[in-house]
Design a binder for this molecule. Structure first.
Ligand code: ARG
Length: 491
């Protein structure tokens, strides 16, 4: 204390701050400032280092993990039967407290693991203090996080299946609805609306497969890795894996405590899902415009304007599209946090939870709402058909007509190109040109060329597997239905 006073005095002199205020008062004031500063920084540092806010979502998995670890401790005779019972009892009390919201989180303890352990030791002072034997928070946190990710994958996979089912339903109801297919956002060739919808089904099916792969990556038990080098006790890791539902036990303790690939993979799939959602939303927003008028949205998925009474804005679709930015950036955040980290656990890795948890929440909600939009959307088929009155969309069919008569494709393409020019010049549609206009460009044209200006005819002219031909669509719907039945087994 004395030393401190002397030092303070010295500093004052150095800075020449003695002024009119007495040295004693200055020191007093300085002490006051210094004291506060100290306190503030320690509070700030505690907040800064805490992961409790994100960790709370790990609580149930932390208890589950501890219960399994306890069985392994018992098997290794590291706790007595009595101690095991009292730890179990304590953990169950904590579980109830967490469930009914009476658990007192203490910010003083930086994460959920310590919060739970402190409470356990309060409830069972001797036995409780043994639970952390043969365990480190390093292997504990990745255990919890893996359990969390596996659980979220199942939840998201389930809503993804519901969305895929809605898409199949919607496709089935719209096989005979025709609209322009676009390339470069220009009329390209007529397609069935079902084919367009099923294109998105394919994207979400790939996402589903990727989700299953991410699950496999998360499906390793890391307990038994300790801080990094393994543990000095005979812990039955296979028993823990079986109890916790892990397919495999991790092979290298150093990799185990520093691996977050599973989290990145999960976030990658979530980013792909929102990428697909954002593309679909964009199309529906366009289709909902006055110019297109291809769809009607249920009121609950739109909002009015505070100033323009006529407005019915597709806000939900816009928000799903908008939130996709956050989800993709969270994938990058996690990548960048992990990049260049040396082995093994580094505290940087505590930043892994927020980007994953935030994404899981946004993606689940987006999928859920989007599925409801698809379920209730109204397709305005007559407006779609109107767009096919622009019959230049059949130009490719006319080329193929000539090809079928033996004209080499490149020449046929050129002839029809001239036909398009002739129609544009006369300010007419292609079907409004006379047979003579056609014949002037190729003697192979007959009256039947006018049958080509028909969406269903054009669509059914497609022969390949995977095309928009109605029989192909029907076949693919049957395949999709079988596929989805099989995918349900994952849930
Ligand atoms: N809260 C930490 C995290 O989320 C738990 C692991 C802490 N390990 C340590 N050595 N400080 O990463």
């Amino acid at each position: 204390m004395r030393k401190e006073f002397i030092q303070k005095g010295k500093r004052k002199k150095e800075k020449g701050l003695s002024g009119g205020v007495s040295l004693k008062r200055q020191i007093k004031r300085q002490n006051f400032v210094r004291g506060r500063f100290k306190e503030d920084i320690s509070g700030l540092a505690a907040d800064f280092t805490s992961s409790l806010e994100a960790d709370k979502k790990l609580a149930q998995f932390d208890i589950e993990g501890s219960l399994a670890h306890l069985k392994a401790l018992r098997k290794a005779n590291l706790v007595s039967e009595k101690e095991k019972k009292s730890i179990e009892n304590g953990l169950n009390i904590i579980k109830d407290e967490l469930d009914d919201g009476t658990f007192k989180f203490d910010k003083k303890y930086e994460d959920i693991h310590i919060n739970i352990e402190k409470r356990l030791i309060e409830l069972a002072p001797v036995a409780g203090a043994k639970l952390h034997t043969a365990r480190s928070r390093n292997d504990q946190v990745c255990l919890d996080f893996r359990l969390y990710v596996k659980n979220e994958i199942k939840r998201i996979a389930s809503v993804l299946i519901s969305l895929r089912l809605e898409l199949i339903k919607s496709a089935k109801a719209n096989i005979k609805a025709f609209l322009p297919g676009y390339t470069h956002f220009q009329h390209a060739q007529p397609v069935s609306l079902a084919h367009h919808i099923l294109a998105y089904y394919e994207m979400f099916t790939r996402d589903f497969i990727k989700l299953k792969n991410a699950y496999t990556s998360a499906d390793f038990l890391t307990l038994g890795s300790g801080a990094l080098a393994g543990v000095d006790f005979n812990i039955d890791r296979q028993l823990e894996a079986t109890l916790l539902g892990f397919e495999k036990v991790s092979r290298n303790s150093m990799d185990s405590v520093s691996d977050r690939d599973f989290a990145i993979e999960f976030n990658f799939v979530l980013a792909m899902i929102v990428l697909h959602l954002s593309r679909f939303c964009e199309e529906l927003i366009i289709w909902n415009s006055e110019e297109f008028g291809f769809i009607g949205l249920k009121d609950e998925f739109t909002t009015g304007s505070s100033i323009m009474p006529q407005k019915k804005n597709p806000d939900i679709l816009e928000l799903i599209r908008g939130k996709s930015g956050l989800v993709i950036s969270n994938l990058l955040a996690l990548f960048i946090t992990m990049k260049a980290l040396p082995l093994t656990y580094n505290r940087d890795m505590q930043e892994d939870k927020k980007p994953v948890m935030e994404n899981a929440g946004v993606v689940y909600n987006s999928l859920y709402i989007f599925k409801e939009i698809i379920r209730t959307i109204k397709f305005k088929k007559s407006n779609m058909l109107l767009q096919l009155n622009d019959d230049f969309i059949y130009a490719t069919d006319i080329v193929n007509y000539l090809v079928n008569k033996g004209i080499p494709f490149r020449y046929a393409h050129r002839i029809v190109g001239r036909l398009v020019n002739a129609a544009k010049k006369q300010n007419k549609n292609m079907s409004q040109l006379s047979l003579n206009d056609y014949k002037a460009l190729s003697g192979y044209f007959e009256k039947d060329v006018f049958n080509l200006f028909n969406a269903e005819f054009s669509i059914n002219s497609k022969k390949t597997y995977g095309s928009t031909a109605l029989r192909m669509i029907k076949a693919s719907i049957t395949e999709c239905e079988k596929e989805i039945e099989n995918d349900r087994k994952f849930l």
